[in-house]
Design a protein around this ligand. Sequence first.
Ligand code: BDR
Ligand code: CA
Length: 307
Amino acid sequence: MNRKIIIDCDPGQDDAVAILLALASPELDTLAITTVAGNIGLDRTTLNARALVELAGMTTPVHAGCPRPLVRPPIDAAHIHGASGINGATLKPPTRPVASSYAVDLIRDTLRSSAPGEVTLVAIGPLTNLACALVQAPEIAQRAREIVLMGGAIGLGNTTPAAEFNIYADPHAASVVFNAGAPVVMVPLDLTHQVLATARRVAAIRALGNEVGRQVAAILDAYPKDTHFGATGGPLHDPCAVAYVLWPELMRGKECRVDIETEGEHALGRTVVEWRRQKRPANARVLDTVDAETLFRRLTERLGRLP
Ligand code: BDR
Ligand code: CA
């Protein structure tokens, strides 16, 4: 049976690749895409998600969600992803309208009406929408099969020395999600920085020869290289969350206690992971190792299935 997922996202260059990977994968039934403010404002993340669905030749509904974080002032990452949010892409304006229901309602009601363990949430932006749904209906935490989220770090952050972007953008929402009692899988920077869009890998995607391959290669050409980790290509953060749902055997990690710093002056948005010494009950599975070569090979093959 296909695995039912909802993708909550802020496209976003790497979100774009994650969405296309999901839409190309026959094992996944992407029920809906929900959008949130993050890399760029909500209007733009929603427009981008709709354009990506049409690029993939699909009709997956796109529901707009929260335009700002719960407590903190909004931030964005336009300096990374460009003014459009998907630097490098030349997407046609979407023709299908945004779905009429609100993203938070869609998440809440889908989980409420599904069987326990039926629906997986794949969260690849700030966690505002998920937090709102969990506050409105705490019981949905038990109904999700998993919440697979790209966010946080065991070690260094990428937005501050302490914090990763998705968690830093809305630390209060992240705290709600990690403390909801849901089966959370955290895909942190420590893992995603192993999955680099090197020139060789981008060339393989371009060589697919289809429109999606051309668009993804152009996005990755324009994607900043993160030299802090001695990288040879941009880290493909968000596709790792979708890849975990598809191919968990490619990744390793362990159960840990994770707390979110919501008050700190220097460590705001830090994911404090009990990685070495586990003193308290775990609330997440934290991944740290990935077979990046196989992941890229499979990602490339999947992108070749799209128009
Ligand atoms: C995360 O932040 C965003 O800029 C990316 O889309 C990704 O979700 C990486 O820190
Ligand atoms: Ca993202």
